[in-house]
Ligand binder design. Structure first.
Ligand code: UDP
Ligand code: MG
Length: 315
């Protein structure tokens, strides 16, 4: 099979029939399957999916969650179920255009990309609450991940099958799938400007909190990709630094006091100086960072994935 199209949906009943016929008319040249993942909808979306599957025959599949888990979970299940050589994800709300898919597929097949991400160049969402923060967020993401994408979190993406079978989307990490792919060794990432429509039915499922969460997740992924397998390198280094700062300050305070005392000058008790408390704090923090490092090492030592490597070829 050429293509699997995965569509995560949460309360998108009105959009589904239109979406379905739009996809079908755009993908005439490919053998494909559609995988609708109903993320715990309560508006009757599942009934629509069931009906579409019944009418279409075998190439429309559905997965229904018992409750709402989030877009990442929906994509995770979709990735696990996908059988096509190329796997495409798109939103269910008619904002992404399936007409972009053939060109994305061509880029993967002919230009050798592992992953092609859409770029909503003319984004049709609220300028103040979505577009502007999104620009800022993407700039940060580019700096941190080193992946030169304008629109990391675009719902419309196409992947070589090996990519989705070798990454694990979890939590709310659907925003950073290109980063997950890069960390798994699929670094050939392309971008294609895509058309973007206004939301026709239903409401957006993500509010402003996604920028806070998005930023925290970015920090977590950055940390995990750099130090996930060797936490002591991070905690130990900062621990040593902290400890040294505290140590030097302590020596300074004591020596200064002794020297003043010996020369018969006025001197302050060690515990009488603000610097003493800073030194104390630095030493304690340094020790705590070290402890965090040791605990981190124990966790990563017993992590199930500690020796999961991406072997590309073997002879
Ligand atoms: N979605 C989902 N589970 C959720 C939230 C959203 O499957 O918990 C789906 C939603 O139905 C849509 C896609 O993820 O197909 C993108 O959501 P939305 O359009 O609300 O995001 P926006 O375009 O506003 O960023
Ligand atoms: Mg949308």
């Amino acid at each position: 099979m050429d293509l699997s199209v995965i569509i995560p949906l949460y309360n998108e009943r009105e959009s589904l029939p239109e979406l379905y016929s739009w996809i079908e008319s755009s993908l005439k040249d490919f053998s494909h399957e559609l995988i609708f993942v109903d993320d715990g909808s309560t508006d009757g979306s599942w009934e629509v999916v069931k009906e579409m599957a019944a009418q279409a025959g075998h190439d429309v599949r559905g997965i229904r969650f018992r409750r709402n888990y989030g877009k990442s979970a929906a994509l995770y299940e979709g990735f696990a179920a996908a059988q096509g050589d190329i796997v495409v994800t798109m939103d269910a709300d008619l904002q992404d255009s399936p007409e972009e898919i053939p060109e994305m597929v061509r880029m993967i097949r002919e230009e050798g990309y592992d992953l092609v991400s859409g770029w909503k160049q003319h984004r049709q969402d609220n300028a103040l609450t979505k577009n502007l923060p999104s620009k800022l967020y993407n700039w940060t993401a580019r700096k941190v991940t080193g992946i030169r994408l304008h629109d990391m979190n675009c719902g419309l993406k196409a992947y070589r099958k090996e990519v989705v079978k070798n990454i694990e989307v979890y939590g709310e990490m659907h925003r950073y799938i290109p980063y997950l792919a890069k960390n798994a060794g699929f670094g050939n990432i392309g971008e294609k400007p895509v058309h973007h429509q206004k939301r026709k039915y239903g409401v957006s499922k993500f509010g402003m909190d996604r920028f806070v969460h998005g930023l925290l997740d970015l920090m977590s992924l950055w940390f995990l990709s750099r130090f996930g397998g060797k936490p002591m390198h991070f905690f130990g280094a900062s621990g040593i630094l902290m400890f040294l700062v505290g140590f030097v300050m302590t020596v300074w305070i004591i020596v200064a006091k002794l020297v003043h005392q010996a020369q018969g000058l006025k001197f302050r008790a060690v515990t009488d100086q603000p610097l003493f408390y800073l030194a104390l704090m630095a030493v304690v923090l340094g020790v705590m960072l070290f402890l965090a490092g040791f605990i981190g090492e124990m966790i990563s030592r017993s992590a199930t994935g500690r020796n999961d490597y991406q072997v590309k070829e073997k002879l």
